[in-house]
Design a protein around this ligand. Structure first.
Ligand SMILES: O=C(O)CCC(=O)C(=O)O
Ligand SMILES: [Fe+2]
Length: 268
């Protein structure tokens, strides 16, 4: 395995054996993702059924609670349909999967079926949240220690089952493997928003300042890997140790990623 993808030591690039059977490839990728937080493998080729097969071999598919796709295959197809956010073309702020629906997602599997966009556009961001949390200034870490943030979901088509009004979600979680931050940052101004988030019990200005500073800290180059896609890239992300998001897809950008989500009930 080559060196890490962030200064803080997260991530690795894994070489795939040309004719390596999928049954041998999968445990290698799973172990690398769990030990390094995120693993990149280049030059692969999956169609929809073979991607779904890969996802099922990696772990247990989560109970799918979204209004689109399935746990073993959601197409992030940069849709131009109005109202699409997650599967749309705008940016996604750093977040952890399963947050808004209260579900355990251990691994996120992303495969670039097609990609062509300007540098900086349509790229996936991965934050080493455990390092960022360990090194977080107290005025940001304080409200996140066993606290709660409040969310209002705006993309109802994608999140049909969540409360219609503001609701609180604990800021930390531990499914038995690692204790980590359980949160999503805010969308910027003038972009389609999937959700709103605020700090409860303080005024709007204080909440705005908190999210601005938290976002700056989590986006410090030390903790952040921004992946420039090439068709054939596979990124397997440990959702318990990282936060992820993406930059906006440009107006002419072409981007089709396959996404899977799995739980690892017996992971050490
Ligand atoms: O489009 C991306 O790069 C990430 C999408 C994502 O975060 C998700 O599907 O949960
Ligand atoms: Fe996500």
């Amino acid at each position: 395995m080559e060196g890490s993808l962030t200064e803080s030591g997260l991530g690795a690039v894994l070489a795939a054996g040309a004719d390596e059977p999928i049954e041998e490839f999968v445990p290698r990728v799973r172990e690398a993702a769990l030990s390094r937080g995120v693993v990149l493998v280049r030059g692969l080729d999956f169609d929809e059924p073979s991607f779904q097969h890969l996802v099922h071999l990696l772990g247990q598919t989560v109970d799918h609670k979204f209004g689109e796709g399935r746990a073993d295959l959601l197409k992030l197809n940069a849709s131009r349909d109005e109202g699409k956010v997650v599967t749309g073309r705008g940016p996604l702020p750093l977040h952890t999967d399963g947050l808004l629906v209260g579900e355990q997602v251990d691994l996120i599997v992303l495969f670039a079926k097609d990609f062509s966009d300007e540098p900086g556009s349509g790229e996936t961001t991965v934050c080493d949240q455990l390092a960022a949390w360990r090194e977080m200034p107290e005025h940001l870490a304080g409200p996140l220690a066993d606290g709660e943030l409040e969310y209002l979901v705006e993309e109802r088509g994608y999140f049909p089952q969540v409360p219609a009004d503001w609701y609180g979600i604990a800021t930390t979680r531990d499914y038995g493997r690692v204790r980590s931050l359980n949160l999503a940052l805010r969308f910027g101004p003038d972009v389609p928003r999937g959700w709103l988030v605020r700090l409860a019990g303080v005024d709007e200005a204080a909440s705005d300042k908190f999210f601005e500073e938290l976002s700056d800290h989590l986006h410090s180059p030390r903790y952040l890997y921004q992946h420039r896609w090439q068709p054939g890239d596979l990124l397997v992300i440990d959702n318990q140790r990282t936060l992820h998001g993406r930059t906006a897809i440009s107006s002419d950008g072409v981007r089709l990623l396959f996404r899977g989500q799995v739980t690892l009930p017996n992971a050490p």
